[in-house]
Design a protein around this ligand. Structure first.
Ligand SMILES: Nc1ncnc2c1ncn2[C@@H]1O[C@H](COP(=O)(O)OP(=O)(O)OP(=O)(O)O)[C@@H](O)[C@H]1O
Ligand SMILES: [Mg+2]
Length: 487
């Protein structure tokens, strides 16, 4: 069965059950009310009959009986209203109406006992009376009359039940019509309620279909706070995380594609050079005296290729957190002096002065090899991009940190170039190519990752044609956990 019908049925059942229960209670209540009214009325008649027809000798204060003529008058009036009465004397003998002996009857013994106790008896229908009234159902009251503490008379006043029932039937008829109208209203109401819920579910279904088609840009509005709204909220967050992971997959894919393209591009240049030289050698196109130079060039290119491959592997390792640092405190000045020694030749070739300005006891907390790698890269860059200038390296102890700077008087960079230097394969200016040092544009990207691994900071300030300054900060006590580099 479709959900809408299930819901409608449920709503309808609930509404109808409520209506029926209320209706039944109402009928019961009105029936009791109608009977009570009738009995009150009959008791009223009984009282006034007693008062009118009783004869009491006031002087002797004795009870005589009833005045039959008065009763006759009353009977004539009351019979018009379909009210009948009978009077019994203290011995349970019928004294009115004046019937032949064989038609007379008396009050049952049980009732008489109750009457003697002063109780008024209300009866919905009395078989005896019914019989006497040719089967017409009667309801009556029995009222005792006491004089001087003794039961002197009992009056029974009754009217046709059919009258009472006629009243009830009218009420029931109205109730039935109300029920009928309510049922129609219930059907309409249950349809509206069910449809409203189904619409909300269908809205969710629509969203699910959208997600299935790969469209994650979904936000379901939620107002009330019920379970369907909760589900919609959950669905929103699911769509959001799906969207995020989809974006991440795309980003990864883009990065992979970019990496492959860049790596291929980087490797093509040395390979083309080597290939050209090999062809030249094969066809004797290279003069004898140039051969040694050609082989040297090929060697350089091969080294460059190896370097590119190694650096790529290194970068990926750092990026995917595959390397662990073994950090310790060591003398930074000594480490810088060592690097200076390695770079002196390069500095001389570029006519650069390389100066270390540092107290002899400046300590740093880092992985020694990685520290050397970082500083070597930055200092090498400075030499690479500075001709006939000065490269000044400083190291000092800060507050729970070691601060290092590498300042050169080289060609510098524009603001836009500075922004990109941490990107892989980025070269501020491709025309600056200096194959001697095998530029791959990976150096600073690796430096950046390594600094992050050390929980340190790196900043760069540069002015075109004036020079560049790199500032590095190594904290003394890095948090125990190593974080994954983001790039
Ligand atoms: N001291 C500097 N002065 C001017 N430009 C610099 C300096 N350091 C870096 N750059 C610019 O930033 C770019 C990126 O530097 P990075 O060290 O990452 O690559 P690279 O030196 O070109 O190649 P690699 O270091 O991988 O051999 C350089 O190509 C250069 O344009
Ligand atoms: Mg470099």
């Amino acid at each position: 069965m479709k959900l809408i019908y299930q819901q409608m049925l449920a709503f309808f059942a609930v509404i109808m059950a409520t209506l029926l229960i209320v209706g039944l209670f109402f009928i019961q209540f009105t029936t009791r009310m109608v009977y009570n009214n009738t009995w009150n009325q009959l008791e009223g008649y009984a009282d006034s009959l007693m008062q009118q027809a009783l004869t009491v000798d006031k002087q002797t204060a004795t009870f005589h009986g009833f005045e039959i003529s008065m009763l006759k008058n009353s009977e004539a009036v009351l019979s018009q209203q379909k009210v009948h009465f009978a009077i019994f004397n203290g011995d349970n003998e019928m004294i009115y109406p004046l019937l032949p002996e064989n038609q007379k009857h008396s009050v049952t013994k049980a009732d008489w006992k109750r009457l003697e106790n002063g109780e008024r008896i209300r009866r919905t229908s009395d078989r005896d009376i019914n019989r006497r009234n040719n089967g017409a159902e009667m309801t009556d009251v029995l009222v005792p009359y006491f004089y001087d503490g003794k039961l002197k008379a009992v009056i029974s006043v009754g009217s046709l039940v059919s009258d009472v029932h006629a009243n009830l039937a009218k009420i029931e008829h109205n109730l039935f019509i109300a029920l009928l109208i309510s049922s129609v209203a219930a059907i309409i109401l249950s349809y509206i309620l069910a449809r409203y819920q189904i619409l909300r579910i269908n809205r969710l279904r629509g969203a699910v279909h959208k997600v299935a088609r790969g469209d994650f840009d979904i936000h379901l509005e939620t107002k009330q706070h019920d379970e369907i709204d909760d589900l919609a909220e959950d669905f929103n967050s699911m769509a959001q995380s799906l969207q995020a992971s989809q974006a991440e997959i795309k980003r990864q894919e883009e990065r992979r594609r970019q990496f492959m393209a860049d790596a291929a591009h980087e490797m093509r240049t040395p390979l083309t050079t080597i290939n050209g030289l090999l062809e030249g050698l094969q066809y004797d196109a290279i003069p004898e005296e140039m051969r040694g130079k050609s082989i040297e060039l090929m060697q350089n290119e091969t080294k460059r290729l190896i370097r590119i491959v190694n650096e790529n592997l290194d970068y990926e390792k750092i990026r995917t957190n595959q390397i662990t640092l073994s950090k310790r405190h060591f003398n930074a000045t000594e480490a810088l002096e060592n690097i200076k020694m390695q770079l002196t030749k390069k500095a001389q070739e570029a006519d650069d002065k390389l100066i270390i300005q540092s107290q002899p006891d400046v300590m740093v907390y880092a992985d020694y090899d990685r520290f050397v790698q970082i500083m070597f890269n930055i200092m090498q860059n400075s030499i690479q991009f500075t001709q006939k200038g000065t490269i000044t390296v400083t190291a000092k102890t800060g507050f729970h940190e070691t601060i290092l700077t590498v300042q050169d008087t080289g060609i510098g960079m524009s603001e836009a170039q500075v922004k990109n230097i941490w990107e892989r394969y980025y070269k501020a200016d491709p025309s600056r190519k200096n194959t001697k040092y095998g530029e791959s544009g990976l150096g600073l990207a690796i430096v950046h990752q390594l600094i992050q691994l050390h929980h340190g900071q790196i900043e760069v300030q540069s002015q075109e044609n004036k020079g560049t300054t790199f500032k590095l900060v190594f904290p003394d006590d890095a948090p125990a956990t190593e974080t994954t580099p983001t790039k």
